[in-house]
Write a new protein. Structure first.
Length: 603
């Protein structure tokens, strides 16, 4: 059973919050309070400026006189020594607290700032592209259309005005001798400035940086916006704000996205998230992805227009590969297959209907440690940072797992990643997070927390004790019931030429009907189903986590035939099960081995 953590982290950081990116670092000295009062200490770097005693659950007011520092202008008080959080003076004081002075440099700034991102509607990012694809020399050649303008009257202020459309996503970066170290995202926006908005104009987008400062900014409402950066002379951001000036120009909303889908990369499930989606610039789609040798895959489409978003009828398969790409991938008319393990870059031109592939065997994914984060049981958001051993997923057989997690209805969880063996876990060095969009189609036991407001935390609908697994290759989360009994799967038959006990004829869509679901035997060693099979019937089995109501499942065919069944020879040795002799048969799936055996049923 997973250990329960008694001490809660103060803040449930579901969204990153505004910052002061300023000029000092905190000290190691710790204020000491207790009883019915707490001490609030105001710092300038490591220097204590003043100490105030505050009643428990009372509030504190800032010093009447702001501190001064040569070459800098005081901006505001921050809650962390890394300036990743503005201090909220309206919040009750519940423990000894530190507050840090934040400054803005009064020296000149000579950096150049660019907007990089993706839009499915406008051509705003047609030249800059997605920030994931850009490095030094490419960024230096970005056009004026995505360059911030320096305010002549306020030398450290930069602005950018353009039409943005719903679901546009972007980040802000600079170039100094190449691609600069600064990356500005949603976490730099002070939410207090926009707390009265009835419709979110800009919201948290996850992406590469999860819930920390450099998370994607996603546009929630069409409009013409001005983005404003205040920067100090070291290129550090002191404030990021935005203003909606009015409506954006009307454009026709109609576009197609492509997503990778494969045997191992998604278990042939449709997974729609940033990791599986190709980036688009005009009619050219690209994706860089690590694949394992032999993995078979294709790209499926999703179409968005005035009527909504739905799966499309377009597929990118092996028949559109150019000749040069066949050195790296196999396939002729259907699935594409990876010839070797490594990093592939796919470029699809929708105008010419040609897919090009390049390959780098030396480029491998970065190594991360994974932790369970959320509000569940006694745990609060961020508790994994204080007690990492309690929430760290264990690696085995290519996957990361945490077992026996007790989840109550309405609990919320995500999986977060940090660089492997990170010495200190903080919001700022978190690499990314994985939420409901990465959850393998599972059961109605889990839902997105609040998708209407862009909260895709995994929310528990059905309480239970669960095992949680993260596949770092496919970037997919699987959650199944933790049970000492082996009855944790559902297996269904689907195909043609089979009739079940109720007299219903089979199709390739079993619709999760009980008549096609196998039942576990009395000694809990195997799943069984008795059916009538016609000559030349063609069918297979689909294996799901217990209670699944959607998805394709793991397909089981004749390659799984065992050696025990007296009628195994009747059903082939490869591809779908095919029946040579009509009759009534009991089909047995053995849990320990995964073998499928056929037994003739006689009167």
């Amino acid at each position: 059973m997973m250990k329960k953590v008694q001490k809660a982290l103060v803040a449930a950081l579901c969204l990153a919050i505004g910052t002061c990116a300023l000029t000092a670092c905190g000290g190691d000295d710790k204020p000491a309070g207790g009883g019915d009062k707490y001490k609030v200490t105001f710092y300038d770097g490591t220097t204590s400026l003043s100490v105030v005693d505050v009643d428990k659950d009372g509030t504190v007011t800032p010093p009447a006189t702001a501190p001064t520092k040569e070459g800098y202008e005081f901006v505001r008080w921050c809650a962390t020594p890394t300036y990743s959080q503005v201090f909220d003076f309206s919040k009750p004081i519940t423990e000894d607290t530190r507050v840090y002075a934040g400054y803005r440099s009064t020296q000149a700034d000579n950096h150049t700032w660019y907007l990089a991102g993706a839009s499915n509607v406008s051509d705003l990012f047609a030249e800059s592209g997605n920030y994931k694809e850009f490095k030094g020399e490419e960024a230096e050649n970005l056009p004026d259309t995505v360059t911030f303008t320096k305010d002549a009257n306020k030398g450290n202020r930069f602005t950018f005005t353009a039409d943005f459309y719903q679901l546009d996503k972007f980040q802000i970066l600079n170039t100094v001798d190449g691609w600069g170290p600064n990356q500005i995202g949603y976490g730099y926006i002070d939410p207090a400035q926009y707390s009265t908005e009835t419709t979110a104009m800009m919201y948290f987008g996850g992406g590469l940086s999860g819930i920390n400062k450099t998370a994607d900014v996603i546009v929630g409402q069409d409009g013409n916006y001005t983005l404003t950066l205040d920067i100090d002379a070291d290129g550090k951001l002191t404030e990021f704000s935005y203003k909606r000036n009015g409506d954006a120009a009307e454009v026709e909303v109609s576009y197609t996205d492509f997503y990778i889908k494969g045997a191992s990369i998604t278990s042939w499930d449709d997974m729609y998230n940033d990791a599986t989606r190709m980036s688009r610039k005009g009619d050219v789609y690209t994706m860089e992805v690590y694949l394992q040798e032999g993995d078979q895959f294709m790209f499926t489409s999703v179409v968005t227009n005035e009527t909504g978003t739905k799966p499309g009828s377009l597929y990118i398969k092996a028949d559109v590969l150019d000749d040069a790409s066949k050195e790296y991938v196999g396939g002729t008319t259907s699935n594409i297959s990876a010839k070797a393990t490594g990093t592939y870059k796919f470029t699809y031109n929708a105008t010419t209907n040609v897919l090009s592939v390049t390959f780098d065997a030396t480029k491998t994914p970065a190594q991360y440690d994974y932790y369970l984060d959320g509000a569940f049981g006694d745990a609060k958001w961020g508790d994994y940072q204080k007690r990492p051993d309690d929430y760290k997923l264990t690696y085995a057989d290519g996957k990361y797992t945490i077992s026996s997690v007790e989840l109550a209805a309405d609990d919320q969880i995500v999986i977060v990643a940090h660089d492997k063996d990170e010495a200190e876990l903080t919001w700022d060095n978190m690499v990314t997070k994985y939420n409901f969009e990465y959850l393998k189609p599972n059961t109605s036991a889990f839902v997105a927390a609040d998708p209407d407001n862009k909260n895709y935390n995994i929310k528990v609908a059905t309480a239970g004790v669960y095992d949680i697994t993260f596949d770092s290759y496919a970037r997919m989360i699987s959650i199944k019931i933790h049970n000492d009994s082996p009855d944790v799967f559902d297996i269904y038959l689907k195909g043609l030429g089979v009739t079940n006990a109720a007299g219903t004829e089979s199709t390739w869509d079993h619709n999760f009907a009980d008549g096609w679901r196998f039942t576990i035997n009395e000694d809990n060693t195997a799943y069984e189903l008795t059916v009538t099979v016609a000559a030349e019937a063609s069918f297979g089995l689909a294996k799901y986590d217990k209670g699944a109501t959607s998805g394709n499942g793991d397909f089981i065919n004749a390659s799984a035939i065992g050696t025990a069944g007296d009628a195994n020879a009747t059903f082939g040795t490869a591809n779908n099960f095919t029946c040579a002799t009509a009759g009534e048969y009991k089909i047995v799936y053995t849990i320990a081995t995964g073998a499928v055996d056929f037994y003739a049923v006689t009167a």
